[in-house]
Design a protein around this ligand. Structure first.
Ligand code: SER
Length: 622
């Protein structure tokens, strides 16, 4: 069974259960300033889990493209990848535990034919401190399902991962209670790590048992949450009904929601009975090609094969979503993926310029579902080709620079310059130094990097670390101010002005828009005035759901990126009591209810060029 097939079967299965299938959001989240990438299926749906109504209703399903930058260094084992697809289905206050658990179980067992003997599940053991009970309801549902198939249904209490490793599993046990460190899901992890306003809830995870031997390096005994490779988590049913409150306690969300996410490659691996996700067709096509290009075998070179394969796929999807290699923000990761690929390709003796061939096979594998990849194939391949060639030139220059330094040990600062100016991964510097009998001051290097990160603006370091979207009040205020800004710009500069990009934090907004030339100081002042008038007016912000066709043909509705929206869209209107409309724009929210909530005076602090035909404004609320 192929990954492409399982994706389509899942979506159809959910459609048959009255779910609207929605397109994957882009890898780069919109209006979500504090995270660089979409890292889970639920991320684009957070506003709806928090209570906003979704234009497609209360049952949704999709296969969401995800990228986890923090896993770059983890790639190399049989399961970690930076890019992956997460199959998802959501109940926005519609069905709850009974349907969710039964459907997913039946999908695995009846649809794709997994043997229920190989399935093990975990449930939430309760959290007294936060007043969340243990999930006996989920246990009862699981027991009924396992009994129906005539497999054992024993229940055991584990606690933490360490407790699980100490206790191990006994004959007949299939359902395991773990504590909040394992069976609680929020984007910030366990309850105590969640900031105020963050939604979360107990979850019930499904593991596939590949029956491989336990590796004691991972703990005394094996258990579902053991990382030795025997068990693979293939799905997570999150019962999302809680929200952290300002006082640190938990409250209930407006509705009981279900957030289900399951890794497509992992589910396919289980269907194949193959514990190595790189053997799934979605990845194995590239693995085979690496073998052909290098003349080496996968089994003898697991790490370089897996890294190249993962990184090229990630880069292809990223470029397909408009992220070009660069030195900042998302682009930096595309660059890193490609540079690491070049380095690993060199260790395998793959000749120059071959990454583009690998990229082509990624496009071929995925273009049936992700049609944008097929349409942009030439551009994607060209970008990768150019980046590889450029990196090779930089490497050459770096090598010359390195030779000048290599008369002795390399200081942290030198390694840092080699990295930042010449793109030398520090491992490369180390490798070359060792060849010449010298060492690199790695601690010093790390310190320099830290200094650099602290200095780098826009909170990028936090974003790399986190992945936590922030719907704090201030961000929402900035978001509404951004709508007013666009409306003001269009009023002053004309209807050719549209949004080209937006990035908002709790401290400032950054807004890119289409306009061919510099905007004069006088115009900027007028735009500021426009926004501040709207803020002072205490105008209300209302939403309206309409069909995309209607919205698109309504000249009073401003919008861009229309293709990214589903057939039904939401339009936000800012209007005061006297009937003055300040802004009317297509958007997914969230926004303040009234502009009077916006705290501060709107001030444009910078106007500059962003790229050809696109200007950039930075503004603050003072
Ligand atoms: N949010 C959950 C996860 O990412 C399920 O979709 O695992």
């Amino acid at each position: 069974m192929s990954g492409n097939e399982i994706r389509e079967r899942f979506l159809k299965y959910m459609e048959e259960r009255n779910h609207a299938v929605i397109p994957s959001a882009a890898l780069v989240p919109e209006n979500d300033p504090t995270t660089l990438f979409t890292g889970s299926g639920m991320q684009p749906l957070v506003p709806y889990l928090m209570g906003e109504s979704h234009p497609k209703g209360t049952r949704l399903a999709d296969s969401q493209k995800c990228f986890r930058a923090e896993d770059i260094e983890e790639v190399g084992d049989n399961r970690h990848t930076t890019f992956f697809e997460m199959l998802g289905n959501w109940s926005l206050g519609d069905y709850f535990k009974e349907e969710q658990i039964s459907w997913f179980y039946s999908f695995l067992v009846d649809e794709i034919g997994l043997n229920p003997e190989n399935l093990y599940v975990t449930v939430f053991a309760g959290d007294e401190e936060n007043n969340v009970p243990q999930d006996d309801e989920a246990v009862a549902i699981w027991q009924k399902l396992f009994q129906e198939k005539g497999v054992s249904d024993g229940v055991a209490r584990m606690g933490s991962e360490e407790d699980g490793a100490k206790r191990g599993m006994r004959e007949g046990e299939r359902i395991f209670y773990y504590d909040a460190s394992k069976n609680w899901w929020s984007r910030a992890g366990k309850p105590e790590n969640m900031p105020a306003g963050e939604p979360g809830g107990p979850d019930s995870e499904v593991f596939y048992d590949f029956g491989t031997e336990h590796d004691p390096a991972f703990g005394e005994h094996c258990h579902p949450n053991c990382d030795c490779g025997r068990f693979l988590e293939i799905g997570n049913n999150v019962f999302m009904e809680y929200v952290k409150q300002e006082d640190g306690t938990f409250g209930k969300l407006p509705a009981q929601n279900v957030d289900f996410g399951g890794g497509l490659e992992r589910i396919t691996a289980a269907a194949l009975g193959e514990s190595d996700v790189f053997k799934v067709d979605l990845l194995s096509n590239v693995i085979e090609q690496i073998a052909t290009l290098s003349g080496k075998s996968y089994e003898d070179n697991l790490v370089p094969f897996r890294v190249i394969c993962d990184h090229i796929r990630g880069a292809v999807f990223m470029i397909g979503d408009g992220v070009m290699p660069s030195n900042t923000e998302q682009g930096y990761f595309v660059r890193r993926l490609l540079r690491r690929s070049v380095r690993y390709a060199d260790t395998l003796g793959i000749g120059e310029g071959k990454l583009a061939d690998l990229a082509e096979s990624v496009v071929e594998t995925y273009q049936g579902h992700y049609t944008n990849l097929g349409e942009q194939k030439d551009q994607i391949i060209e970008t990768i080709r150019t980046e590889e060639a450029q990196f090779r030139k930089t490497l050459e220059k770096g090598l010359k620079h390195f030779e000048k330094l290599a008369h002795g040990d390399i200081t942290g600062y030198e390694a840092y310059i080699l990295f930042t100016t010449y793109g030398f991964p520090v491992e490369l510097t180390e490798e070359l130094a060792v060849q010449r009998g010298h060492v690199v001051d790695m601690e010093g290097f790390k310190e320099e990097m830290k200094k650099h990160q602290e200095a780098s603006r826009a909170g990028a370091a936090e974003k790399f670390a986190g992945g936590l979207a922030d719907h704090s009040e201030k961000v929402v205020q900035y978001h509404t101010a951004t709508h007013l800004l666009l409306a003001g710009l269009r009023k002053e500069l004309g209807d050719d002005v549209h949004q080209a990009g937006s990035n908002i934090t709790g401290e400032r907004l950054r807004f890119d828009f289409t306009h061919p030339e510099k905007v004069s100081a006088e115009v900027l002042e007028k735009v500021e005035e426009y926004v501040n008038t709207a803020i002072k007016a205490g105008a209300s912000v209302s939403t309206q759901t309409m069909t995309k066709t209607d919205a698109e043909s309504d000249p009073t509705v401003e919008g861009s990126f229309w293709d990214k929206y589903p057939d039904e869209v939401k339009v936000y209107t800012v209007k005061d009591e006297a009937g003055n409309v300040y802004s009317r724009e297509l958007c997914g929210g969230p926004h303040v209810e009234n502009t009077g909530i916006i705290d501060g005076t709107f001030k444009i602090v910078k106007e500059s060029s962003s790229s050809a035909g696109v200007r950039r404004i930075k503004a603050i609320l003072e």
